[in-house]
Design a protein around this ligand. Structure first.
Ligand code: MG
Length: 126
């Protein structure tokens, strides 16, 4: 993760795609613009899922087993899902770099926090 952050820092600076930090107004606009771009990339992941579900629907209509159809659809969208996830990571790294956040360290801390949450998987007594 640290390597990805380092890579995106220089890659985004080289292309002048980093968060503009000249002054408050520019920073605010740049953060909001990049946030919009991140949500667009997240939506593109959903678009790939939708593509796969539509393929399954079509194939199932033609009598194909939905599990087999999904296995085929999954392999067909795999590369594009990967590209969209990579786009998401690029924006996430951009925000982390701007805030000088060590994403790797923060990730593991957050996962520990989630694992130890007191309201996790609560069930009503039977
Ligand atoms: Mg994309």
């Amino acid at each position: 993760m640290r390597e990805l952050q380092k890579f995106t820092e220089s890659y985004q600076r080289e292309l002048n795609w980093h968060i503009n930090d000249e002054n408050y107004q520019q920073t605010k606009e740049s953060l909001l613009h990049n946030y919009m771009l991140l949500t667009t990339e997240v939506a593109e992941v959903a678009e790939e899922f939708r593509k796969a579900f539509n393929m399954v629907y079509k194939e199932a209509e033609n009598g194909m087993d939905p599990n087999a159809a999904f296995a085929e659809a999954k392999s067909l969208i795999k590369k594009d899902v990967g590209k969209e996830l990579a786009d998401c990571i690029a924006y996430i790294c951009k925000f982390a770099n701007f805030f000088e956040i060590d994403l790797e360290e923060t990730f593991y801390e957050k996962m520990d926090e989630v694992k130890n949450r007191s309201n996790k998987n609560r069930k009503l007594p039977t």
